[in-house]
Design a protein around this ligand. Structure first.
Ligand code: ADP
Ligand code: MG
Length: 443
């Protein structure tokens, strides 16, 4: 007789989490041991363990304590899911297939996009971890994996990295990467040329299906229908599906509900804009890869200016490399600012301190002058801390610079404020939500 009422605990904790967090982290957790002194909860991955321990363990302990009395320890362990058994009917087929030595297939993925050269920061840690799990054990952990995030933040890189990794270990498997637009136009073509049979065979026989930019299914009813069947067949036979999108499923307009609900079956992972340190790390890695020799201060300068898009960061380096070669000049700040003038001023991606303050003010419906002034009111404290944090993370400002922006505050006050947000963000989903909402205003 189990003594812990685990479903009850799930129900109690669910409202405290976002739907995606609940589905990804809490829902797969199972009680596997329920003894007098210890309750053991199993989760499918190291990362899920890590996440639950950091975010929910205390609350789970509290609930278990309420049910069983305070002394019971709660432990989270990793137990990978058993590979699903093939249906007996499939066995003869599998055996004959195994006898024929399968030919290796050429690698269809872009060799530029690997896990090794993907720089991991707080903005993409979850998506990276999930992509790795899926590449290690296709079809076993999360299916589908749905990665979403803004333009130029590494979605295509990650999904292709999954492909490269799976191909390296299973070169005989049929792995397909396609953009959603290609999928749609192939489908329409196949209708026109009466080759729909071939189209279906192609996509329904894949072992790993990577589909990029699924938001383009929006409004395409016929393609949605076809994709729906493809998805079902692959999912039922435990073929891994990885999907990227520029937004969460429910925000894709004119997408059938049966599809968007399926996209929520596995794991949903986001990629946010990288912070200053991560931008700098990306620039360092890319500069090194391309043999471009530039000083740290140049990279910092670029990381300070381009704040929302990794593709643009790369663009800057490429342009610099070419210009330096052509003009045969030393790469210093004046040269950089001259060469990159267009890139640094386009797209409204230039984030300024003022923009940060005005966005926070708008978000909390406060006056900018109050936020920057000397009033010591409780309501202003938290928004000011957020400003400090954003100036540090997004603009890479120094503590004294931030102090100055905020109307002459001492740098120790700033260190305290930034630290406070950085510390609490790990345990407080609300802060994370505020920051995400504000960032939407920033860019
Ligand atoms: P998206 O598909 O999200 O629009 P991409 O995957 O095409 O973005 O990324 C744009 C460029 O930025 C690519 O060249 C990619 O290699 C690079 N990039 C993005 N994120 C990272 C990262 N974390 N580390 C290294 N390179 C990255
Ligand atoms: Mg892309």
């Amino acid at each position: 007789m189990p003594r812990v009422d685990w479903p009850k605990i799930l129900t109690a904790l669910a409202p405290k989490l976002s739907g995606a967090n609940y589905n990804t982290w809490l829902k797969p957790a199972r009680v596997i041991e329920d003894r007098f002194e210890e309750v053991v909860i199993a989760v499918p991955t190291d990362y899920a363990k890590h996440w639950l321990e950091n975010h929910l363990l205390a609350q789970i302990k509290e609930r278990v304590g309420e049910q069983l009395g305070g002394q019971t320890a709660v432990k989270i362990i990793v137990k990978r899911p058993e590979p699903s058994l093939k249906k007996p009917a499939d066995l003869p087929l599998l055996q004959t297939e195994a006898k024929k030595a399968k030919p290796k297939r050429p690698n269809p993925f872009n060799p530029k996009y690997t896990f090794e050269n993907f720089i991991v920061g707080n903005n993409n840690r979850l998506a990276f971890a999930a992509a790795k799990v899926v590449a290690d054990k296709p079809g076993e952990a999360y299916n589908p994996l749905f990665i979403y995030g803004g333009v130029g933040l590494g979605k295509t890189h990650l999904i292709q990295a999954v492909g490269n990794e799976v191909h390296a270990h299973n070169p005989t498997k049929n792995l397909i990467y396609t953009s959603c637009e290609t999928f749609a136009s192939e489908f329409i073509n196949s209708l026109q040329t009466k080759t729909i049979g071939e189209f279906k065979r192609k996509y329904r026989s894949v072992d790993l299906f990577l589909i990029d930019d699924i938001q383009f299914l929006s409004g395409k009813e016929g393609t949605q229908e076809e994709f729906f069947h493809t998805f079902n067949i692959l999912h039922q036979t435990n073929k891994q599906i990885v999907i990227t999108s520029d937004r969460v499923p429910k925000d894709i307009p004119n997408l059938e509900e049966r599809l968007s609900s399926r996209f929520n079956w596995g794991m949903i992972a986001d990629i946010q804009t990288p912070n200053f340190e991560t931008r700098l790390a990306i620039l360092q890695a890319k500069a090194q890869d391309s043999g471009l020799i530039v000083g740290g201060e140049i990279l910092e300068y670029i990381a300070n200016q381009i704040t929302s898009n990794v593709r643009e960061l790369e663009g800057c380096l490429t342009k610099l490399a070419t210009a330096a070669k052509v003009e045969n000049e030393e790469i210093n700040i004046p040269f950089v600012s001259r060469t990159l003038k267009d890139l640094l001023q386009t797209g409204g991606t230039n984030l300024t301190a003022k923009k940060v303050v005005s966005s926070v003010a708008a978000y909390f419906e406060l006056e900018m002058s109050d936020l920057l002034g000397k009033k010591r009111i409780k309501e202003l404290v938290y928004p000011r801390h957020l400003i400090m944090y954003l100036l540090r993370e997004r603009l890479g400002q120094t503590f004294p610079q931030i102090g100055e922006t905020l109307g002459g505050k001492d740098h120790t006050t700033i260190i305290y404020g930034v630290g406070k947000i950085a510390k609490n963000i790990k345990t407080n989903d609300e802060i994370e939500k505020h920051l995400k909402d504000i960032e939407r205003l920033l860019y």
